[in-house]
Design a protein around this ligand. Structure first.
Ligand code: ATP
Length: 234
């Protein structure tokens, strides 16, 4: 089976995330995609996050109508009571990948779903080279990114030489990029400019959220009073 792993803060999950997962599902014949809300993504440690339970609940709502989308507890705090303490601990994608692959059959293949903005920082991720060994990547583009940006974002040991990437500068980030030890599938731009930051700002300003989110998630945010100026710290 082809299995997708889609990790993120999901604070909250929005249409951009769903568009990425749908495109990956269709194009790469994935059988299942795990949505993994991160406990504390290492690169966002300084930002106060909404408690894991709320972010997970919103992922459950947003994925409820698509059989292949599976909300995952792979990065959940061990006990909800200790969530506050556990939130201090970063979790690394490589550990999540290894944990997930323990349940794999030999014929299963893992695809890591990621947006271009996050992929641009991949070289700084913990054990980045190992991550490329463990899975193929599915990267959703953003306007303005070229194939060279994708290749140059690779960890140094996997990055092609400049003379190889030079012709890539004029090519949009589309198609497949296959290099020694690296397979990257490029989805191109999904034209879903939603971001969690924009949702949080709109919610804090009391603006409607329908253009960013599924109605059930928007309703949940309203009911629970999430993203009001004071609720981010609680
Ligand atoms: P924030 O605005 O708080 O930075 P975000 O909207 O980027 O959050 P994350 O949960 O951090 O959401 O993102 C999870 C993954 O989804 C990342 O790989 C990110 O690049 C990707 N992603 C986020 N928004 C989009 C979008 N509109 N289109 C495609 N990919 C996206």
């Amino acid at each position: 089976m082809n299995i997708g792993l889609f990790g993120g803060t999901f604070d909250p999950v929005h249409r951009g995330h769903i568009a990425l997962a749908r495109a990956a599902l269709a194009q790469y014949k994935l059988h299942r995609i795990y949505f993994v809300p991160g406990n504390v993504p290492p690169h966002k440690q300084r930002q106060p996050l909404t408690p894991f339970l709320h972010r997970f609940a919103m992922v459950v709502l947003a994925t409820a109508h698509e059989k292949a989308f599976v909300p995952s507890l792979l990065e959940a705090p061990e006990e909800i009571e200790t969530a506050r303490k556990a939130r201090q601990k970063p979790n690394y994608t490589i550990d999540t990948v290894r944990r997930l692959k323990q349940s794999f059959k030999a014929s299963d293949k893992l695809f890591l779903l990621i947006g271009m903005d996050a992929f641009a920082e991949i070289a700084q991720w913990h054990e980045a080279e190992a991550l490329f060994r463990e899975c193929e990547f599915v990267v959703a583009g953003r306007p303005g990114y070229s194939l060279a940006d994708v290749a140059n974002a690779l960890p140094e040991t996997l990055r092609p030489r400049p003379e190889v990437t030079r012709p890539f500068h004029k090519q949009p980030a589309k198609g497949d990029l296959v290099l020694p030890g690296v397979t990257i599938h490029l989805l191109g731009d999904l034209h879903q400019p939603a971001s969690a930051t924009a949702v949080r700002q709109a919610a804090a300003a009391g603006k409607p959220l329908g253009r960013f989110l599924d109605a059930d998630v928007a309703e949940y945010i309203k009911k629970m009073g999430l993203y009001r100026a004071a609720s981010r710290e609680s």
